[in-house]
Design a protein around this ligand. Structure first.
Ligand SMILES: Nc1ncnc2c1ncn2[C@@H]1O[C@H](COP(=O)(O)OP(=O)(O)OP(=O)(O)O)[C@@H](O)[C@H]1O
Length: 254
């Protein structure tokens, strides 16, 4: 299996601001990669470049086997993207939201009905499928947004801070849900988060970004072993974060 993301030396400048200074990363097919880093580190900008929402000022690579700089249309068909402020229509039901999304991907009729039913089951919203989205809790809305992001069966899903704003219980439920969705749909996932516990639970690989640069990269176990001072006592992810990205107070406590 190859890498579903492989990018080198990405840079993004906005005038004098270098939002991304040097980011290289790889995501093996089927894995979950967590991007960690303080506010303003360049996480969202990196995700926006990888998902073709914005063009890199420099750098190159492949997403789902397509050239990042030249094959944006093919990349868009192969990925899903759930933004921080993703949009569900509050005045449509969960099912209707999904059907609208299916139509946007030219999935119609029976195929759309079937796919939507499958997704409602996958994100455990069957019981609320025909209620208006405005009656959903934060966690339910997040699950609906994730389902909307994968209507077209992408190989790769980007999630920008999927659990920000959720209460701890809803957050934990979403973590186990996401792991199941990734396995069942054969999805690779790249997500940004401020929660170290989220990265610890979900990530096969962690990339820490600070000041627009990758400052540490590895599996959670590798990173913990790297900062451990005593080989009998592996470090926690908070110590890893502190070493590479600064005070943990900047990331949200679980
Ligand atoms: N469109 C833009 N124009 C100018 N500067 C921008 C723009 N987008 C991002 N930046 C700047 O680039 C830097 C990186 O921003 P980015 O949103 O990628 O960080 P982040 O790591 O996602 O932060 P957060 O955790 O707060 O979401 C910040 O200094 C930000 O102000």
């Amino acid at each position: 299996m190859g890498n579903v993301i492989e990018v080198r030396h990405l840079v993004k400048r906005y005038g004098d601001v270098e939002a991304v200074a040097d980011v290289s990363l790889a995501l093996p097919e089927g894995d979950v990669l967590c991007l960690l880093g303080p506010n303003g580190a360049g996480k969202s900008t990196t995700v926006r470049i990888l998902s073709t929402l914005t063009r890199a000022s420099a750098g190159s690579g492949q997403i789902a086997g397509y050239d990042l700089n030249r094959q944006t249309r093919q990349i868009r068909q192969s990925i899903g993207y759930v933004a921080q402020e993703a949009g569900t229509d509050a005045y449509l039901t969960g099912r209707e939201n999904l059907l609208v999304q299916a139509a946007a991907h030219r999935i119609r009729g029976r195929a759309a009905q079937d796919r939507v039913a499958e997704l409602l089951e996958l994100v455990q919203l069957e019981y609320a499928a025909d209620r208006l989205a405005r009656t959903y809790s934060g966690g339910m809305r997040r699950r609906l947004e994730i389902a909307m992001g994968i209507v077209h069966r992408p190989r790769l899903l980007f999630l920008d801070e999927p659990t920000t704003g959720l209460d701890p219980q809803a957050r934990t439920a979403l973590w186990s849900g996401l792991a199941g969705i990734a396995a069942e749909q054969q999805l690779s996932i790249l997500l940004t988060t401020h929660y170290l516990e989220e990265a610890d639970q979900l990530a096969d690989r962690i990339v820490i970004i600070n000041g627009g640069r990758v400052v540490a990269e590895g599996t959670p176990a590798e990173l913990k072993a790297r900062v451990a001072t005593d080989s009998d006592h592996p470090a926690g992810l908070d110590e890893v974060y502190q070493r590479y990205a600064g005070p943990v107070e900047e990331v949200l406590a679980p």
